[in-house]
Write a protein of this length. Structure first.
Length: 556
C-alpha cells in the first residue's frame, strides 16, 4: 500500500530525527562558541571582584600590594618549613631581589601534598593560586608607584607586565575584541602571535587606583571542538536514524496488522456476512473497536432477523432507525470532536512515556500531568452528558425544597474566590437577602456554577462579574418570581448565535478551540434544569458585556 500508516509513521519518525540532528548541529555551530566565551568572561569578572575585595581589605592598613604579598608569602613559608623534614631545609628556593619569597609552580611538585596555609590566613595568595589551578588564569599584580610586579608564574610575568603597560598607554593590536568594559578594568580577546593562540585578557586598575593588574586565560580551540562535536553527532545520528527507521517499520506492524483484520471484518459485514467476528483479546483501543464491531454485528443480525419477520413493522422500524441514526451521527460527531483531541494527547504522551522519551523526573511529571488533565476533561464531559441525559429523559426529577438562594450565591462566590483572583475579576453582588425560593437546591447550585464558570472564561475589558437579583411582577401562571442575573464584561454574543447557545455542543467559537476547556454542554444542562423546574432562562447583550439569567419561584 503506497499510503500505508506503517510507511507514514516510519517517515515521520525519520523526519523528526533528522530535524533533531540538524537542530543540534545548528546550536553547536552558531551558539556554542558564544556560550563558551560568555562563561569565560564571567570567570574573569568574578576573579576581578574577588581579588579587588581582598586587596582593598588588605590595603586598609596603609601597605602596598608588594608588602601584603610578602607578608603572606612569609607566613606560607613558615608553615611549609614546619611541615618539612629537617633534611629538606637546604632545598628552599632562592628569594627574589626584594626579599619576597613567592612559591612558583615548580615548587608545588616538591611538597608532600600538605596545605601551605589556610585560605583565611593568606587570602590573596590563595585566590591567585586557586584561579590559576582551577581556571588556568595567570594573574600579575603591579604596584604602579614602585613598578614592582608579582605573579605565581615567573616565566610569563615580564611579558604580561609589558603588555598591560602598553594597554594602559592605548597601544593594542588590531585584532583586539573588547568583550566588556567596566569602570576600572576591561576584558578583551587578543591573539598572541608567539603561540598562535587566542587569549582572553582582563586588565586595568584595582579599586585603590594604584595597583595595576592583568589576568590572562587561554581560550581552547572552540572551532575544532565544534567540528568534532558535529562530526560525532552526525555519525551517531545517522546510525540512530537508520536503525530507528528499521525498528519503527517493523514495530508498527503490530498496529497495522490488527487494523487490516478489522478492515477485512468490516468488508465482510458490509456484505451482510454477520458470522465474521473479531477474535483478538487485546485491551487497547483496537481491541475495544473489534469487540464493538462484534456487538454491532450481533445487533444488526438480530435486528435484520426481526425486520424480516414483520414487514409491517419494518417500515416503522426503518423510519425510527433513520431518525435515531441521524441523532446518533450528530451525537457521535460532536462527542468525537470533543474527545479526539484529549484521546490523541493521552495516547501520544502515554507512548512517549512507554518509549522512554522523557528520561528526567520533571519531563515524566509533565507527561503524567497532561494525561491526567485530559482524562479529567473527558470525565467531566461524560458526567455532564449523563446529567443532561437524565434530565432530558426525566430520570433526575428535581426535589423541591425551600432555601435561601442569596446564601447559596454568597457561598459559591466565597468558594470561587481563588479563581476570581487568578482571573483578576472584580465581583459585585446586588442580591436581596434573605431571598427564599422553592426549587432543587443542588440543581440551582449547578446552574449558578455554570453561569459563573462561563462568566470567568469570557471575562474581558473591565474584568467585572456582577450577580444581581430582581423581583418580577406577579403573574397568574407563575406567581411570585425572582430573576437572578450573572453579568460579565466582555465581547457581546452575535445575535444569530443567541438562540443556539442552549443546544448541545454548540459553541460561538466556530473553530471550537480548547482555550477554556468547555464542551458546550453546560448551558444545555442549565436549559434542562430550568425546564424541569418549569422556569425560564436566557441571555442578553448588555453594556460592554453579556448577562445570563434564570427565574425561580419565591415563597415570600
Amino acid at each position: 500500500m503506497k499510503r500505508s500508516i506503517r510507511y507514514r509513521i516510519t517517515l515521520i519518525f525519520m523526519a523528526l530525527m533528522a530535524a533533531m540532528l540538524f537542530s543540534i548541529w545548528a546550536v553547536n555551530n552558531w551558539w556554542l562558541e558564544g556560550y563558551y566565551t560568555s562563561q569565560k568572561l564571567k570567570v574573569l569578572e568574578d576573579a576581578y571582584t574577588t581579588l579587588d575585595a581582598i586587596v582593598m581589605e588588605k590595603l586598609a592598613d596603609g601597605k602596598n600590594i608588594i608588602q601584603v604579598l610578602a607578608e603572606e608569602a612569609d607566613k606560607e613559608w613558615k608553615n611549609w618549613n614546619q611541615n618539612l623534614a629537617g633534611d629538606l631545609q637546604d632545598d628552599i628556593p632562592r628569594s627574589r631581589d626584594n626579599g619576597t619569597r613567592i612559591p612558583r609552580e615548580s615548587d608545588e611538585s616538591e611538597k608532600n601534598e600538605k596545605p601551605l596555609a589556610e585560605a583565611d590566613e593568606n587570602p590573596l595568595l590563595h585566590a591567585m593560586r586557586e584561579y590559576g589551578e582551577k581556571n588556568n588564569i595567570t594573574v600579575v599584580l603591579i604596584d604602579s608607584t614602585t613598578g614592582q610586579a608579582v605573579s605565581l608564574v615567573a616565566r610569563e610575568e615580564a611579558w604580561l607586565v609589558r603588555k598591560v603597560q602598553s594597554y594602559i598607554l592605548d597601544q593594542r593590536p588590531d585584532q583586539t575584541e573588547v568583550l566588556a568594559a567596566h569602570k576600572n578594568y576591561t576584558v578583551e580577546k587578543n591573539y598572541d602571535p608567539r603561540s598562535k593562540s587566542t587569549y582572553m585578557e582582563c586588565w586595568g586598575f584595582l579599586s585603590d587606583n594604584s595597583t595595576m593588574f592583568i589576568m590572562q586565560m587561554p581560550l581552547a580551540s572552540i572551532h575544532e571542538s565544534v567540528m568534532l562535536s558535529n562530526r560525532f553527532t552526525a555519525r551517531v545520528g545517522i546510525a540512530v536514524l537508520v536503525l530507528g527507521g528499521i525498528m519503527t517499520f517493523f514495530v508498527t506492524k503490530q498496529v497495522t496488522n490488527p487494523l487490516m483484520r478489522l478492515a477485512s471484518l468490516s468488508a465482510r459485514m458490509s456484505h451482510l456476512d454477520f458470522d465474521a467476528s473479531y477474535e483478538g483479546h487485546a485491551e487497547d483501543e483496537i481491541g475495544v473497536l473489534g469487540r464493538s464491531m462484534n456487538t454491532l454485528s450481533d445487533k444488526l443480525k438480530e435486528a435484520i432477523g426481526e425486520l424480516q419477520e414483520a414487514n409491517a413493522q419494518l417500515q416503522k422500524d426503518i423510519e425510527e432507525k433513520i431518525q435515531i441514526d441521524e441523532m446518533r451521527k450528530e451525537f457521535i460527531a460532536n462527542v468525537s470532536h470533543e474527545l479526539k483531541t484529549p484521546i490523541a494527547l493521552i495516547q501520544g504522551y502515554a507512548e512517549g512515556l512507554t518509549e522512554g522519551m522523557c528520561e528526567d523526573a520533571e519531563s515524566r511529571s509533565y507527561y503524567c500531568e497532561v494525561i491526567m488533565d485530559e482524562a479529567a476533561k473527558m470525565n467531566k464531559m461524560v458526567r455532564q452528558l449523563l446529567t443532561l441525559t437524565a434530565l432530558e429523559f426525566g430520570n433526575d426529577a428535581p426535589v423541591f425544597s425551600q432555601f435561601d438562594v442569596s446564601e447559596l450565591i454568597h457561598d459559591l462566590v466565597n468558594a470561587s474566590r481563588i479563581l476570581f483572583q487568578q482571573k483578576e475579576a472584580k465581583v459585585e453582588l446586588d442580591v436581596e437577602s434573605p431571598l427564599l425560593v422553592r426549587a432543587d437546591e443542588f440543581k440551582i447550585e449547578e446552574v449558578l456554577s455554570n453561569y459563573l464558570n462561563n462568566a470567568m472564561n469570557h471575562l474581558e475589558g473591565d474584568q467585572v462579574i456582577r450577580i444581581r437579583t430582581e423581583r418580577m411582577a406577579e403573574s397568574e401562571s407563575q406567581g411570585d418570581q425572582v430573576k437572578i442575573c450573572v453579568y460579565n464584561s466582555g465581547n457581546p454574543i452575535p445575535e444569530e448565535d443567541i438562540e443556539n447557545l442552549w443546544t448541545k455542543f454548540y459553541k460561538v467559537d466556530k473553530a471550537r478551540t480548547r482555550a477554556y476547556g468547555g464542551s458546550g454542554i453546560g448551558l444545555s444542562i442549565v436549559k434542562a434544569v430550568m425546564d424541569a423546574h418549569s422556569q425560564s432562562c436566557g441571555v442578553e447583550n448588555a453594556a460592554d458585556g453579556v448577562e445570563f439569567w434564570f427565574t425561580l419561584a419565591t415563597t415570600s
